[in-house]
Design a protein around this ligand. Structure first.
Ligand SMILES: Cc1ncc(COP(=O)(O)O)c(C=O)c1O
Length: 422
């Protein structure tokens, strides 16, 4: 396998060379959103300048705009391993799409039906279902995560399933702990009980190849702005499931797939950017090996990307582990690096996360504090929700030098805050 072309990759992202008051930016806020390659911004701009029309007409630009929309669905089908572009539903973001799909699915649920939610999920995959349960009188069963493995466990899921379970909503990777769930085996167990499985892959999508046909789930959702694309969400739904659904929609709008689920005028220019984001991965894969389909190139891109990201994550974990009183809230065992994405969250005894983050932000190291909508996780761990954690999230354009600078800053800032307290 060829190495990861970090300099060439960084050269594609104009934002990485921006400076503020002479200080370069270190972007470690990636779980909240990544920067975009020039090609993505160019595609959005080109579409607005040359292909700006609504859909369904007979003139040049409306026909071209339809092609942009079709291309984006095909690109995402390739990215996710979907059988056809008709299974790809594109919308504003993960949360909006999930609220919409939950209401659509709710049309088939009745009082007393059960749904299973996890204590590991982002609110985007919790609140829509909780409120649906309130509206319809559904019973909510909670699946905790294991505080040793940092994953949800098959046996615990099996205990919660019954012949009344209609849906299991779970995440692929956590936006706080970074741990990756065994989605395929969890799905198999839920499917045996006849439940639908809705997977939040927002945090996994930037870090690994998704194969919806292999996972066996019914729905899988992600957000393009987490994998170098524009601000939008993408929901894959298994054809035999979505074909049978009646979404809330205008009476006169198309009943086709996926149009039935895509309300109003689509974000056509962002769809152009979405295709460019998938093509960015394909280009990376093309540089890493000979030929193949777009999907095969995307797969190769993830192989080189993972091989580059994982040592960075380990470097970060090792450096943080040296700090006394600091607790990493997630997998730290180097042997289990494959069970996590490179998002590392921590708390420090006696120190409010926001104070660390504000100081590091002032040094132009971009990262987040708080619960980051992993509301259930902070509650299960007994972390005060108003404080949360410090979260450092690596993307494949980060470098070992940036990690080292960040570690120096964490050390310095914590020492300074401790000194102020004493
Ligand atoms: C795991 C996870 N799920 C869902 C969301 C919500 O995504 P969106 O902003 O596209 O609604 C996020 C956003 O950070 C996330 O990290």
């Amino acid at each position: 396998m060829v190495g990861f072309p970090i300099e060439a990759v960084r050269g594609k992202f104009p934002a990485l060379s921006l400076t503020d008051k002479g200080r370069r930016r270190i972007y470690l806020d990636n779980p909240a959103g990544t920067q975009v390659p020039q090609a993505v911004a160019d595609a959005v701009s080109r579409c607005l300048l040359t292909t700006n029309a609504n859909l369904g007409g007979y003139f040049e630009t409306t026909i071209a705009a339809q092609a942009v929309v079709d291309d984006a669905h095909q690109a995402m089908a390739d990215f996710l391993g979907a059988a056809s572009p008709g299974e790809i539903i594109i919308g504003a973001n993960m949360t909006t799409l999930t609220y919409h799909m939950s209401r659509t699915l709710g049309r088939g649920f009745k009082p007393g039906d059960e749904i299973i939610l996890t204590r590991m999920d982002h609110e985007g995959n919790v609140s829509p279902w909780l409120q649906l349960a309130e509206d319809l009188g559904l019973v909510v069963r909670w699946l905790p995560f294991d505080e040793k493995s940092w994953q949800v466990e098959e046996a615990k899921l099996a205990d919660l399933l019954s012949d009344k379970t209609r849906l299991v909503a779970l995440n692929y990777a956590s936006n706080l702990t970074g741990s990756i769930n065994r989605v395929k085996s969890l799905t198999a167990i839920a499917k045996q009980a006849g439940a639908l499985v809705y997977v939040d892959a927002v945090q996994f999508a930037p870090h690994g190849l998704i194969d919806v046909s292999d996972l066996g789930c019914d729905f899988l959702i992600c957000s393009a702005y987490k994998f170098f694309g524009p601000h939008m969400g993408i929901l894959w739904g298994r054809r035999d499931v979505v074909e049978g659904l009646k979404p809330y929609k205008c009476r006169c709008s198309s009943n086709g797939l996926p149009e039935r689920f895509e309300l109003g005028t689509p974000q056509i220019e962002l769809m152009a950017g979405l295709t460019a984001a998938v093509d960015y991965f394909a280009e990376l894969g093309a540089a890493a090996g000979e030929g193949g389909s777009r999907r095969q190139k995307v797969a190769r891109a993830f192989e080189v990307s993972i091989a580059f990201e994982n040592p960075l994550a380990q470097r970060l974990i090792d450096g943080l582990s040296d700090i006394s009183g600091l607790t990493i809230r997630g997998i730290t065992d180097p042997k289990r690096l494959g069970d996590r994405v490179p998002t590392v969250s921590f708390t420090v005894e006696g120190i409010v996360p926001e104070t660390v983050v504000r100081q590091m932000n002032a040094e132009n190291i971009f990262l987040w504090s708080g619960h980051n909508y992993a509301w259930e996780i902070v509650h299960q761990l007994g972390i005060p929700a108003e404080q949360g954690v410090v979260r450092i999230g690596i993307a494949h354009y980060n470098t070992a030098g940036e990690i080292d600078e960040t570690l120096e800053s964490v050390h310095r800032v914590i020492a300074m805050l401790r000194q102020q307290r004493s």
